[in-house]
Design a protein around this ligand. Structure first.
Ligand SMILES: [Zn+2]
Length: 485
């Protein structure tokens, strides 16, 4: 064996053995990214070999085959063959066979005493078919995933082993701490939802606006510079535009997508780790199977999917020498929608019927944004842990559950209202690609003076009142010009 197993890893192996002894044959293991999923896989493989048996280890993409073999080697498992056309490691005599699902579904599958399905949240009908064949009925299938929450997985697996939670691994020092800032909020009005997540085309249009893209770059330069960074974008066009904007701002930025050649990807990884590449923009393809040393994550990809969200954040939570924490710059409102990754809990698999109940669950305890620095505070944390900002209690303010609720009459225009209005204007300007002069003029229009000293404030999603106010001004303006609408 390679690395000494950590206590939670030993526990997982014992639980798997126990489940098999109890007659379970379809076992899912949930373990956060960085929790040692491959080490578990290698340990199972090692035990299988020691028992004179055979195992198949499947991965959801051809590109993951070689790195899986490498990881097995690192764990001291050398008796590995690969099922793949023209692969130099093809050798059916070896007791451990690594294969992609794409290859396996076109082949006769060799006999095995254990099957491991890596990244099992990426589910294929082929797996269901394979598992249902009578000759495989008594063979233990062990799914491995950080996020086995795919709809219907509970129909194929009868046992869920929760290896450890993100929170426990952070507390134990096996995963990195993280801090989240939410510098801007996108306007997702009109973005349709398809199969549980945002429609990609709509989303791309909503996110690929020059104001938003510029804000991503500016925020990173201010807060993230010096940290090896992964930036998650909506689609290829969006990712490339972000990369170009970074480059234009003097940042060394690269771009990777599913079509990037393995050799090129490796070259980028090397330069990234040498500190020569500062930011790598990508389209979610870096959510699986990479273990780069990442110290900053930019979320420019709004999602409703807890799985995608957790997989993206997971890329930043590996520990490394000299790494204090991971900085997360969330331009997607994902945290405000879903919560912190450490708050996401699933204690059973989705059997295809529980979905509605899960979604209907009230989203309690979501983080709140610090109005001064945009740091995302855990719920019931009135003072900002990042900048120390204390909301000023006033006589016309009540404190409810640790959060300050403003009761003041709207007519009284206080500095806080001006700041909020300014931020809302900035948000509108970003999303509609108005210039900063528009913000200043609209602000003056309302308050009679220029917005001095407010320019450091981040955009904020506008209230209906503010949107209506802007609209009424535009209608009034149009009328003076004799426009017909
Ligand atoms: Zn703050």
């Amino acid at each position: 064996m390679g690395a000494t197993l950590r206590p939670h890893q030993t526990r997982i192996l014992e639980q798997i053995d126990q489940a098999i002894a109890d007659g379970r044959r379809r076992i899912m293991v949930q373990l956060p990214t960085g929790g040692g999923k491959t080490i578990i896989g290698a340990a199972i493989a090692g035990k299988t070999v020691d028992a004179g048996q055979r195992a198949i280890f499947t991965v959801p993409a051809l590109s993951l085959v070689d790195q899986t073999v490498e990881k097995f080697y690192r764990e001291g498992i050398y008796d590995v063959g690969v099922i793949q056309a023209d692969h130099m490691l093809t050798n059916y005599a070896r007791p451990i066979q690594v294969a992609s699902v794409q290859t396996l579904q076109r082949r006769i599958i060799p006999r095995a005493d254990r099957v491991m399905i890596d990244e099992a949240h990426r589910w294929y009908e082929f797996y269901a078919d394979w598992m249902s064949r009578p000759e495989w009925a008594d063979t233990p299938f062990i799914g491995l995933s950080a996020t086995p929450w795919t709809r219907g997985l509970g129909r194929y697996f009868d046992t869920l082993i929760i290896g450890s939670t993100t929170n426990e691994l952070i507390e134990a020092g096996f995963l990195s701490r993280f801090r989240v800032f939410a510098p801007s909020s996108p306007d997702l009005t009109g973005v349709r939802t398809l199969a549980g997540d945002y429609h990609e085309g709509d989303l791309s249009k909503a996110m690929d606006k020059s104001g938003l893209v510029a804000d991503v770059v500016d925020t990173w330069k201010e807060r993230g510079r010096g940290r090896p960074t992964l930036c998650f974008a909506v689609d290829r066009v969006h990712a490339k535009n972000l990369q170009q904007k970074f480059i234009a701002a003097g940042v060394v930025a690269e771009y990777i997508d599913a079509y990037t050649k393995a050799s090129e990807r490796e070259a980028i990884a090397r330069r990234f780790h040498a500190g020569e590449v500062e930011v790598v923009c990508n389209v979610g393809c870096l959510t699986t199977g990479i273990d780069w040393n990442v110290c900053c994550i930019i979320l420019a990809r709004p999602t409703k999917s807890q799985m995608l969200f957790v997989q993206m954040i997971g890329r930043g939570l590996r520990t490394a020498d000299g790494k204090d924490d991971c900085l997360i710059l969330d331009h997607s409102d994902n945290h405000l929608r879903i919560g912190f990754v450490t708050d996401i809990q699933h204690d059973k698999l989705d059997d295809g019927r529980e979905r509605q109940k899960q979604e209907a669950k009230p989203k309690e305890a979501l983080p709140k944004k610090c109005p001064k620095c945009t740091f995302l505070k855990p719920p019931k944390t009135p003072n900002c842990p990042a900048c120390g900002f204390k909301p000023q209690p006033k006589c016309d303010v009540v404190n409810k559950d640790g959060e300050l609720v403003e009761l003041r009459a709207r007519a009284q225009q206080q500095p806080a209202e001006k700041a909020q209005f300014y931020r809302e204007l900035r948000w509108i300007a970003n999303n509609r690609e108005y210039n900063s002069g528009w913000v200043a003029h609209k602000f003056k229009d309302k308050f009679g003076h220029w917005p001095n000293g407010l320019t450091y404030l981040a955009p904020l999603k506008p209230s209906i009142e503010t949107l209506n106010w802007v609209r009424s001004k535009q209608i009034a303006y149009a009328k003076t010009r004799g426009a017909s609408w």
